[in-house]
Design a protein around this ligand. Structure first.
Ligand SMILES: O=C(O)CCC(=O)C(=O)O
Ligand SMILES: [Fe+2]
Length: 349
């Protein structure tokens, strides 16, 4: 835990070789995952849908409609982002966490007293000292709009790290726009409808590093939450650990190396008046292997007011959520904590 400026990273704890995790990382019993499911179960045969973006438009609309209603999360293949870039993003990210000396990594430390500050950290929520901590280190990059992008603040090791992140962010933006268009169309809305409601993308890229954990049954790599913004695009390595909640059961998102995981976030749920849902998800830990993922978030500006799309409102389908200024929503998330989907539930009418 970070107290009075002291910087403790989970990676350092993991390298201590202690058999027990410190008490701040122990989840209350109701939030722990069932160790029996790790690697084996985690939803049994169930898995999120996989959608081939090369399919015909009519097929795509039907498949997206199903996936966004039932899951709020799905894999996409044939997505147009070069596979080499996905692999390079994974490679430079892992090299930073594993090969860069801790003293140098700490030079990029984020400001642990402000929300979503850019840089290297372990503790996303600034709320209170009794928050249970995630078994995760991360590096958060502010990538879009370009006025927020300052690669000087990003890792200088390996040498091409900054170039890869910049290109990766640009490619993810294009894919996120395309997906929001297709998702609008699959609801019968004009293709630009959700994109216009979100406005210019504020894009953050968070690379997460989950070190091996001596007591995975007591911890979470990342507590259950839904993402705050509009749409998240995620890639992971081959270790596995991401889970999505489906009908009350946690289902493993099995790694598919060339695919990208799409996670609908809360503002899309509001704009679609709950017709499409944001996915509640979490990351679990394991004893043997460090795990790596890259989440690219696409959010509205803090001043944007988000409300259900008028075209989706009628006498038989009244508004389900009250309108919210995105900045107020973010503040709630960071001060109260995500606790699953509690924050969006507060907006229910
Ligand atoms: O590491 C993962 O797979 C999940 C990351 C995530 O959900 C997030 O950063 O919001
Ligand atoms: Fe997330």
């Amino acid at each position: 835990m970070e107290v009075a400026g002291e910087q403790i990273r989970v990676q350092s704890l993991s390298q201590n070789d202690k058999p027990h995790v410190p008490p701040q990382y122990i989840q209350p019993p109701q939030y722990r995952h069932n160790a029996d499911t790790v690697g084996g179960g985690g939803g049994g045969d169930k898995s999120i849908p996989a959608i081939d973006l090369g399919a015909t438009r009519a097929d795509l609309h039907a498949e997206l409609d199903r996936a966004c209603k039932d899951w709020g999360a799905f894999h996409v293949t044939n997505h147009g982002v070069p596979i080499q870039l996905l692999n390079e993003m994974r490679r430079v990210g892992v090299l930073f966490f594993e090969e860069c000396p801790m003293a140098e990594k700490l030079r990029y430390s984020c400001d642990s007293n402000s929300f979503a500050s850019e840089g290297y950290g372990s503790r996303m929520l600034v709320s209170s000292n009794d928050t249970v901590l995630d078994w995760r280190d991360y590096f958060d990059h502010h990538t879009l709009p370009l006025s927020r992008r300052n690669p000087d603040r990003w890792p200088h090791f390996p040498p091409n790290y900054r170039e890869v992140v910049a290109e990766y962010g640009d490619r993810m933006k294009v894919l996120a726009q395309r997906l929001l268009s297709l998702i609008s169309e699959s609801l019968g809305l004009p293709s630009s409808r959700i994109k216009e409601a979100v406005g210019e993308f504020y894009q953050n890229i968070t690379v997460s590093y989950y070190p091996p954990c001596p007591q995975p049954e007591l911890t979470l790599g990342l507590q259950a939450h839904s993402d705050m913004g509009a749409i998240t695009l995620l890639i992971q390595d081959d270790v596995g650990g991401l889970q999505v909640l489906k009908d009350g059961e946690w289902v493993n998102v099995h790694p598919l190396s060339d695919a990208i995981v799409v996670i609908l976030a809360d503002q899309t749920e509001i704009i679609t008046n709950g017709k499409y849902r944001s996915a509640e998800h979490r990351a679990i830990t394991n004893v043997n292997k460090a795990r790596f993922s890259v989440a690219t978030f696409h959010d509205p500006a803090k001043t944007t007011i988000i409300s259900p799309a008028a075209e989706l409102i009628s006498n038989s389908s009244p508004p389900k959520y009250c309108q919210v200024t995105y900045g107020d929503y973010v503040l709630l998330w960071y001060t109260k904590g995500p606790e699953g989907k509690r924050n969006i539930d507060r907006l229910l009418l």
